[in-house]
Design a protein around this ligand. Sequence first.
Ligand code: ZN
Length: 271
Amino acid sequence: MTSEKYPAALWQNIPADIHRRLHHCLDQGETELSHGGDSNVFFRADDVAVPGQRLARLVDIFGKQQVPLTLAVVPAWLTETRWQRIIELCRRNHSLWCWIQHGWRHFNYETQGRKAEFGSSRSFSQKRKDVLTGFQRLNRLLGDSFTPAFTPPWNRCDSETLKALKELGYQALSRNLGAQPPASAALTEYPVNVDLHTRKERDGESGWQNFFKELRKGLGNGFCGIMIHHQLMNNAAFDFLELLLSELKRRNLPRLVHVDTLLREGYVVKS
Ligand SMILES: [Zn+2]
């Protein structure tokens, strides 16, 4: 059974021993990481464009902790005024932020089955046009700050979309770990495997258990992508995010990084 109620069940009630559980999870992740292996964590915040209070609080936390953040922007929602306001919210800390492209207008075109903006219900040319229009808008508004990487809404897109991305010269793609269909080698994949705010468990404890399992696994594998939906966060979710960042930051491992750094290094996630 699933629930689409937000904030998700785990954020209704934070367990009293959350500190201990988080330490334990991070210790386990470090232990599972084979000796000498790299360890990278990246955070990806989706559905960015409106400079509201939650976005302000999100970038404030990342700025305070000095942790890099990849932000997936919905091009159709972004205006010059909004972008100027977002830059003000991000103030200094220019190197902390990496701006990538989300779906053109985050619309579900599928009449049945799983939601998708870039699924089989639309033609290749319609999808290509949306990707290109989004690219042009972000390029115009963001200039050099825009990193040519794409995150499809709901973490899914079809092979025609992948073909369009390749043709248009995108360099990276971020979907769920193991997402299909496979992308061509020209598109480096930086997958997410941890979901903080769109979890579907009905009871909070199952949500916490699954969250810690995902986090431990990602850390143990040496690459962990953590997905954020700031619009769905309550106070408890913000408090926990701050705790998570400070605990990760306090340890020598993992390295905290954003997609632009990974791309510049030519970093490839081992499968
Ligand atoms: Zn989204």
